[in-house]
Design a protein. Structure first.
Length: 285
């Protein structure tokens, strides 16, 4: 067990990637093929879009599902862009990532599974929501790569599938505005998470997972997100997952204080929109 732990840690923190074959998954219902890659003894499918571009007319709005063209092939062999945030990275060991590629077209997820897994295996799914105080982070920081988890789950005789998703951050994901509130568009970042979870529920079966055995988990603001997803809609809508694990979460001051509205006001002034009311539709148009 000790040696297994060392192998897992090495894979998680050294960034070793040994890529070989090209595993393929076919969604026969939509006629879509996902072409992934094999690395470190597992199979991964990267940068799978689950939501449309959040720029332009979709900015600040609830996410819209991405629908791939029938008969298309999605090359899922490299990581997609992170959601807009400051470039660079936090000081290790908080994060070993270096954010260099950001885009508003960032609603993508990564899937990792045991080598040879296939549709019908019905493996339990672990879906990770990253932390970063709701203004930083992405779905492929080196400290959260799933290679070690997948290998250890196989050795323990309890194989799982791992999924990690992006969601809008900062101003783009959590803008505060009376106009957004009145149209039901607040908390876009949490809505992104929900859309991603629903995509996994509906599609993970093609990859060998069980859409009825999803555990969502997250750390820090990701852990707080888990609690919010559990309580979303006051329990009035069925949750697209079965279990949740909150890790190291803390109540963000912006939730109970005036931090968010103050930040919104400063940003509106900075970009020159202070000629209109903070809460007017024109300000966030």
């Amino acid at each position: 067990m000790r040696s297994h732990f060392h192998v897992a840690v090495a894979l998680l923190y050294t960034g070793v990637v040994v890529a070989t074959a090209t595993p393929r998954v076919v969604d026969t219902k939509q006629g879509v093929t996902y072409a992934g890659l094999e690395r470190n003894g597992i199979e991964v499918f990267l940068n799978i879009p689950f939501g449309q571009d959040t720029g332009g007319a979709n900015r600040f709005k609830p996410p819209k599902p991405y629908v791939p063209a029938a008969g298309s092939t999605i090359e899922a062999k490299s990581y997609g862009p992170s959601c807009p945030q400051a470039l660079g990275g936090w000081t290790p060991p908080i994060s070993l990532g270096n954010i260099t590629n950001i885009s508003e077209d960032c609603l993508n997820l990564n899937i990792a599974r045991p080598k040879g897994a296939c549709a019908g295996d019905q493996l339990p799914v672990m879906l990770y929501i990253h932390g970063g105080s709701f203004w930083a982070g992405d779905n492929h920081e080196p400290t959260i790569l799933p290679d070690g988890m997948i290998l250890e789950s196989e050795k323990n005789g309890l194989p799982v599938i791992h999924v990690a998703l992006n969601y809008r951050l900062g101003f783009f994901g959590f803008a505060q505005s009376g106009a957004l509130e009145s149209e039901g568009s607040e908390n876009a970042g949490l809505r992104d998470q929900r859309l991603g979870i629903e995509w996994v529920r509906d599609n993970i079966g093609h990859f060998g997972g069980d859409g009825n055995k999803i555990t969502i988990f997250g750390q820090s603001s990701g852990g707080l997100s888990i609690g919010m997803q559990i309580m979303a809609y006051g329990g009035g809508k069925p949750a697209p997952f079965q279990q949740g694990i909150c890790q190291s979460q803390a109540l963000e001051p912006g939730i109970t204080g005036n931090f968010t509205i103050d930040a919104m006001r400063l940003l509106v002034d900075y970009v020159g929109c202070n000629t209109t009311d903070l809460h007017s539709p024109e300000t966030v148009a």
